[in-house]
Design a protein around this ligand. Structure first.
Ligand SMILES: C[S@@+](CC[C@H](N)C(=O)[O-])C[C@H]1O[C@@H](n2cnc3c(N)ncnc32)[C@H](O)[C@@H]1O
Length: 259
């Protein structure tokens, strides 16, 4: 719940502390922010386009089947202490990893509604990773970043010097043959190098572990995989006539903050 994470947050306008009082969130300078009926806090100054209700619904349907549980288990095995998740989506990975308390950050209110309910000690907050995060310096022991955009300098700032950044990135064969058959976005072979380029100024790579396997998906599950992506693909999802054997192939990487 929001009360579990309010001490980790700062006002996005003036960077002072935030307090939760009678269901409202305010800073001492008088800036106030809405807590949605569904339990998430909106700290976005302007709305940002994130995952749509259809994408979030498809993602939740797919993830609750447990097909990506080996990825969630691997991520959880590296996580410790107070955990944030940048681009948390429905909160699936954060809920698996959380031990003390967890902070789900995303721009999609549809995703945040789910994340706010994913675990009793998760607080869900609307925040844009491309802006200064409304999170205190060195507030987090662990930060997750799973198939989501990343902002290296902000990730470094909100992590303790002893903290851990955990990224999950797809390999070029992830979700084949669905990616090729339905013309979804492909993952370039350059992805690993680009990840190192993006994070390398602020983080040193510690370990990378692959998580891979074959998933025997029903036609409905294949449709969910397609519909988890941008809505232009939804029409293609309706053309799925049968199940498929689909590849899961990702890298889970642990990064240490550089001093
Ligand atoms: C591919 S989904 C992954 C969600 C989740 N990590 C998972 O794997 O289930 C990417 C997520 O990043 C969010 N997102 C996109 N742009 C963002 C931004 N600028 N700041 C924060 N979140 C963003 C989307 O709304 C979406 O929930």
């Amino acid at each position: 719940m929001l009360g579990d994470v309010i001490d980790l947050l700062v006002c996005p306008v003036c960077r002072h502390d935030l307090g939760l009082d009678a269901g409202a969130v305010r800073c001492p300078r008088g800036h106030s922010f809405d807590v949605a009926r569904q339990g998430y806090l909106n700290l976005l100054s302007t709305p940002v386009k994130g995952d749509t209700p259809e994408m979030v619904g498809a993602r939740e349907t797919f993830l609750t089947k447990g097909w990506f549980a080996p990825i969630a288990d691997k991520v959880a095995s590296f996580a410790h202490g107070v955990i944030g998740d940048a681009g948390a989506g429905t909160g699936y990975y954060l809920a698996h990893a959380v031990k003390e308390r967890g902070l789900a950050l995303d721009v999609s209110k549809h995703a945040l509604k789910k994340a706010a309910r994913a675990h009793p000690r998760i607080g869900a907050v609307a925040a844009d990773v491309w802006k200064p995060l409304p999170v205190r310096d060195a507030a987090l022991d662990t930060l997750l970043n799973v198939f989501a955009p990343r902002n290296a300098s902000e990730f470094r700032r909100v992590l303790k010097p002893t903290g851990t950044l955990i990224t999950v990135t797809p390999n070029p064969d992830h979700l084949e043959p669905v990616v090729e058959r339905f013309g979804l976005l492909t993952v370039g072979d350059e992805k690993a190098r680009r990840l190192a380029d993006t994070l390398g100024d602020h983080f040193a790579r510690d370990v990378t572990e692959p998580v891979a396997g074959w998933l025997d998906l029903t036609a409905t599950e294949v449709m969910s995989v397609i519909a988890m992506g941008p809505s232009a693909w939804h029409a293609r999802a309706e053309r799925v006539g049968e199940g498929a054997r689909v590849r899961m192939s990702v890298q889970v990487t642990v990064w240490r903050p550089k001093s």
